[in-house]
Design a protein around this ligand. Structure first.
Ligand code: HEM
Length: 374
């Protein structure tokens, strides 16, 4: 049943005009070297100290140790830059993943999404996207801390933050993918899964760069960096402003709520935002503007329901997108124009997923993955 409805929405989507970034054609593929470099740079730090310690006490042993250290340092340089010695990474046996390798990971995630359609509304896509967003949305531009580099939500302090409740389902879903491709960092994998879920749920292409490395729990961010759904416009601006975003991006990113649902055992809120929670469209904006919304009468946290069917929901923060004048102008634009939404959503998500990541792969050489229905 879920497969049949997916095929139907796919067919619709294929028939509709879709947004494609220009980089689809121009993307050049560059192997990310950063994780590899960092590993070997760390190895290099150990070399200096013994020489200092034995200065003024020359002996055969010391010279021998010095020579050994020099050879070791030379080998470190060789490992870091085999091309200086006329050798490629392939010849040295060091695996340097390229675009094709990441496309294989993408395909594996897409296949698992297809196979495991017994979750929630028929897809793990929404919760995977939420994982990628919560990994990235901790970024603070002033201190340059947080963001998707590190995958620190693996550790108890951050994984246990209230905002991250339920994201274990997404992390567990990706564990077999990590096992099949052990060379990819969790941080790159989670973001790649976010990209794959958007594209597989028929959203726009999200250009991607690899190069995130996993970090230890000392890099966990403090609780409170992610938005609180019960708050108003000034809170939304404070949270997303801290990441470096403006009103346009705040409204465009919120369009992700076309997907998935709220769960009482996670956030306390309940229900989906749209009638097609596994297909990305601009319906979220249309429904916000076209439906009448009233407070849901229940004992749970304050949320809104549509008057007509009482089957859809909006969070207090969602309602700010029609209450606040500046936000509303973008909401109206995206409700009118799905292509404009897809374009701005793709740009804002690309920025979000890259916040605070020290890439070596240049901005103009991002990769665009083929979707399963391309
Ligand atoms: C003001 C900003 C935001 C607030 C307050 C907010 C809040 C929430 C809440 C309370 C849930 C329900 C969680 C649950 O009970 O399972 C949720 C789900 C979700 N959010 Fe947001 N969110 C915000 C922005 C975003 C952004 C920027 C994205 C992505 C770009 C996003 C993507 C999602 C998705 C896909 C789900 C569905 C997850 C699922 O079905 O399991 N949200 N959000």
């Amino acid at each position: 049943m879920a497969s049949a409805s997916r095929s139907f929405t796919r067919a619709l989507r294929t028939a509709a005009p879709s947004f494609r970034t220009t980089s689809t054609r121009s993307a050049r593929f560059v192997a990310p070297q950063q994780a590899f470099r960092q590993q070997h740079q760390r190895r290099g730090y150990a070399s200096g100290e013994p020489n200092d310690k034995y200065e003024g006490n020359p002996s055969g042993l010391v010279y021998g140790a010095g020579a050994l250290a020099a050879v070791a340092a030379g080998y470190g340089v060789y490992l870091m830059n085999p091309q200086w010695f006329g050798q490629t990474a392939k010849e040295t046996g060091v695996f340097a993943p390229k675009f094709d390798d990441y496309q294989k990971v993408y395909n594996h995630i897409a296949k698992r999404l297809e196979e495991h359609d017994d979750y929630d509304d028929g897809s793990y896509g929404p919760v995977l996207l939420r994982l990628a967003w919560h990994a990235s949305g901790t970024y603070d531009k002033l201190t340059n801390t947080g963001g998707s580099n590190g995958a620190t939500m693996r550790f108890a302090p951050e994984g246990d933050h209230g905002a991250n409740a339920g994201l274990k389902a997404a992390r567990d879903f990706l564990e077999p993918v990590k096992e099949a491709f052990p060379w990819i960092s969790y941080s790159d994998l989670w973001i790649l899964a976010g990209v794959a879920s958007i594209q597989e749920m028929q959203g726009p292409k999200i250009p991607y760069r690899a190069g995130r490395s996993d970090r230890d729990l000392s890099f966990c961010t403090p609780d409170g960096r992610l938005p609180d759904a019960s708050q108003g416009a000034s809170h939304i601006r404070a949270i997303f402003g801290r990441m470096g975003f403006g009103d346009k991006e705040m409204v465009a990113l919120s369009g992700a709520h076309a997907l998935g649902r709220c769960h009482t055992d996670r956030s306390g809120f309940d229900g989906p935002w749209t009638f097609s929670p596994t297909t990305l469209t601009n319906d979220y904006y249309k429904l916000l503007l076209e439906e009448r919304w009233s407070y849901k009468k229940w004992t749970g946290p304050k949320q809104f329901e549509d008057v007509k069917t009482k089957s859809l929901m909006m969070l207090p923060t969602d309602m700010e997108l029609i209450r606040d004048k500046s936000f509303r102008a973008y909401t109206e634009k995206y409700a009118r124009d799905n292509e404009a939404f897809f374009k701005d959503f793709s740009e804002a998500v690309t920025t979000l997923f890259e916040l605070g990541v020290p890439f070596t792969q240049p901005e103009d050489q991002r990769w665009v993955f083929k979707s399963s229905f391309d």
